[in-house]
Design a protein around this ligand. Structure first.
Ligand SMILES: Cc1cc2nc3c(=O)[nH]c(=O)nc-3n(C[C@H](O)[C@H](O)[C@H](O)COP(=O)(O)OP(=O)(O)OC[C@H]3O[C@@H](n4cnc5c(N)ncnc54)[C@H](O)[C@@H]3O)c2cc1C
Length: 380
């Protein structure tokens, strides 16, 4: 597994996946064959989460080769990210509550021996220990493994889900406030109330191709409960006056600006914002910070090729850009937190078309969202 931090690598990787493996995705995707055999899944998340490859590009290339019916499962999975993003956007308090919970749990990180054993891969559960090593080494885990990992963390090791989600954010190249926080909440049983995900030894055995047997797991735990519930706000946002955008601020969630329609209008200069660990509440592993930085540099090079002026600046210099009116919306997470915590109020946000299309359908469950997938696809 090698996640080169370039658009050219991600595009070539995507094309190879589409040409050679996409057809079997629906049947093969749940198997974790190990980190040297990942052809059954796309491994695109480090790129999609940074906007290097956009969903519409994936759909266009995939549907050029196969009909919707053949690759429906893959399209649905790609749209799970949009669904989680929209779901969180409509319930912004949840992210604030999560960060507050993390602060309250700070002591456990020093004193809870189960936690200390878990994060160093020193539990009595062999597969879990292997996954901790893999997470730290590759900065990626298979989706099924993320589910098993979270389930063991919560129900067997009896650790708070919030600290597990923080560990993932720290080490994953694709760490994403929506997919990660809501993925952990889903496993815990907080997303679909009362419905939690309990990993079983036989399921892990089957989907790791018999790598692990007789895993000592807790099989009878109840779902985690909470007295907080989150109702959806209305999403009523439109992009207007795009012709006026001559300079724009870009965060690390939309790193394919050179393909955006603003470049065909009046865009002349892009400010790429680097957010290293100085201002983050969840401190990222240095490899993750470097991955993000390299993706920014790759974006800068592509802007240069298109004769669009650019500057890479640190997030704490954002206030100095007070004459710049526009920014691509960074979505809920630490970049948006920086903007609101520092009272940067003059920015007008430009939204990705895909988000404007998908997020209004995120008020209810995924089943309802799924019904609207054909409408979303038609519009893009
Ligand atoms: C506890 C937990 C935490 C997670 N944390 C993150 C995270 O921080 N960042 C992140 O990008 N994904 C997260 N996921 C979702 C999912 O595990 C990854 O997106 C997926 O494993 C990425 O591998 P892939 O690109 O090979 O996926 P593929 O199976 O090839 O799927 C293609 C694309 O679909 C999207 N996708 C697939 N499954 C999901 C899903 N369950 N939720 C949302 N999007 C999905 C991703 O964009 C992915 O790249 C988490 C899942 C769980 C259960």
């Amino acid at each position: 597994m090698n996640f080169h931090p370039t658009k050219s690598h991600s595009s070539a990787h995507l094309q190879n996946f589409i040409d050679n493996h996409l057809k079997n995705y629906a049947y093969e995707r749940n198997y974790d064959y190990g980190d040297n055999n990942r052809e059954n899944i796309s491994c695109m998340s480090p790129y999609i989460s940074h906007g290097v490859i956009q969903e519409k590009e994936i759909f266009k290339l995939s549907l050029k080769k196969y009909s919707f019916e053949i690759i429906e499962k893959f399209i649905q999975e790609v749209l799970w990210r949009s669904y989680w993003k929209g779901w969180l956007e409509l319930r912004p308090i949840l992210w604030k509550d999560y960060l507050k919970d993390l602060q309250d749990l700070e002591n456990q990180k020093l004193n809870n021996s189960n936690y200390l054993k878990a994060i160093s891969g020193n539990t009595s559960i062999e597969c879990f220990n292997d996954w901790v090593i893999e997470l730290k080494k590759n900065h990626y885990l298979h989706n099924h493994t993320r589910m098993w990992f979270a389930s063991i963390w919560i129900f067997t090791l009896k650790l708070p889900w919030q600290l597990g989600a923080e560990l993932f954010m720290k080490y994953l190249f694709d760490g994403d406030p929506a997919s990660n926080t809501l993925g952990w909440r889903w496993v815990a049983g907080l997303q679909t109330i009362g419905k939690h995900y309990l990993a079983s030894s036989s399921n892990i055995n089957k989907y790791t191709n018999n790598k692990y047997r007789d895993i000592p797991l807790e099989n009878h735990s109840s779902a985690i409960t909470s007295d907080k519930s989150y109702s959806a706000e209305k999403f009523n946002v439109k992009n207007t006056q795009l012709n006026d955008v001559k300079e724009i601020i870009v965060f690390d969630n939309y790193l394919s600006v050179e393909e955006d329609k603003l470049c065909d209008l009046n865009l002349r200069k892009v400010y790429l914002i680097e957010n290293d660990n100085t201002h983050r509440m969840i401190k990222l592993d240095e490899d993750v910070v470097k991955f993000k930085k390299d993706l920014l540099i790759d974006q800068a090079n592509r802007l240069k090729d298109k004769n669009i002026d650019y500057e890479i600046i640190q997030i704490d210099k954002l206030k100095l850009l007070n004459n710049i009116q526009y920014a691509y919306y960074p979505t809920i997470g630490e970049n948006l937190d920086f903007i609101s915590n520092n009272n940067i109020e003059n920015l007008k946000f430009v939204y990705r078309d895909m988000d404007l299309l998908a997020w209004p359908y995120c008020e209810k469950g995924f089943f309802n969202f799924k019904k609207n997938i054909p409408t979303v696809l038609k519009s893009i």
